[in-house]
Design a protein around this ligand. Structure first.
Ligand code: CAA
Length: 282
């Protein structure tokens, strides 16, 4: 594997492009907007600067990493020579369906098609392509350059060969891949999101305030961020949509999203990205 195409240059997409390029892969970074691509390259450069400042990499590594990234505004062009395509576009099935159909039509027959989805069924996405055995989930965690996990999700039809290739590629990024099966929330979000939702219920029911809840989990459980701060960081809209996937997928009332989370998202309080969530961001 040498040529990687990444579709979507937002927070996750630029992080994924960053780590592949840093490990010597040729990366085609694809987004519909030139503006978004420019912003993504600036973010990657800034995040590489952090690594240079911490003496984790050299200036020469930074230059080499940036030189490994080429940008495209057309999926059909950007996936033409790919060995592995990773889709990291908006978390919406209709958008992903269209992208996967285009990826399938224009990437080489041997290419593996992966998605960074945090909650949409891999099996359902794979069914939109003519190569379901080569479709897989590759779920990176934010911030991608820092977090060690890649949750590798096998759809119902994903082959052993595809899984092995993606496990090996993840290990080459010096990440720890973990293989899981395709059920709602996979493993990461099946466990993380009910914890965040419970923290929101704890606030909603007046058991404690925002900072108190986060402090309990940070100092008591050694979590790097409290659950409410983490929810702001992930995006409250993303948290709500994942809770809905768990609730609908399992039909169990224990996954019902907290009414406070629903209200906050409805009001446009989505966390860091909108400047307002459980905390205020300037
Ligand atoms: N790129 C490169 N390096 C970065 C970075 C980035 N985007 N962001 C942070 N860093 C580096 C910093 O340079 C620093 O490096 P050193 O350890 O060498 O000093 C290190 O990461 C820690 O950063 P900071 O000192 O700035 O801040 P911090 O100590 O508060 O850590 C954090 C920040 C890593 C984000 C930490 O708070 C953390 O781990 N938070 C939890 C993150 C988490 O749970 N992520 C998963 C979210 S769920 C998800 O992504 C999936 C989903 O489906 C919802």
């Amino acid at each position: 594997m040498n040529n990687i195409s990444v579709i979507g240059s937002g927070t996750m997409g630029n992080g994924i492009a960053h780590v592949f390029a840093q490990h010597g892969y040729q990366v085609a970074l694809i987004d519909i907007s030139e503006e978004a691509l420019k912003k993504a390259l600036a973010t990657i450069s800034k995040n590489l600067d952090r690594q240079v400042a911490k003496e984790k990499i050299t200036e020469a590594d930074k230059t080499a990493t940036l030189a490994n990234i080429t940008t495209f505004t057309e999926v059909a062009q950007g996936v033409k020579y790919a060995d592995l395509v990773i889709e990291a576009a908006t978390e919406n099935f209709e958008i992903k369906k269209q992208i996967f159909q285009t990826m399938d039509a224009h990437s080489p027959a041997k290419a593996i098609l992966a998605t960074n989805t945090s909650s949409i069924s891999i099996t359902k996405i794979a069914a939109e392509t003519k190569r379901p055995a080569q479709v897989i989930g590759m779920h990176f965690m934010n911030p991608v350059p820092v977090m060690k996990l890649v949750e590798v999700i096998r759809g119902y039809a994903t082959s052993d060969e595809t899984t092995q290739a993606v496990m090996e590629a993840s290990a080459k990024l010096q990440k720890s891949p973990v293989e899981v099966n395709d059920y709602p929330g996979f493993v990461a979000n099946r466990i993380l999101m009910p914890m965040i939702n419970e923290a929101i219920y704890t606030l909603f029911e007046g058991v404690a305030g925002v900072e108190e809840i986060d402090t309990v989990m940070k100092l008591g459980m050694a979590h790097p961020m409290g659950p409410l701060q983490l929810a702001d960081f992930i995006g409250l809209d993303v948290c709500l949509s994942i809770m809905k996937v768990l609730h609908e997928g399992f039909g169990n009332p224990k996954y019902a999203p907290c009414p406070l989370l629903v209200n906050m998202v409805t009001a446009g309080y989505k966390g860091v990205k909108t400047g307002e969530g459980f905390y205020h961001y300037t």
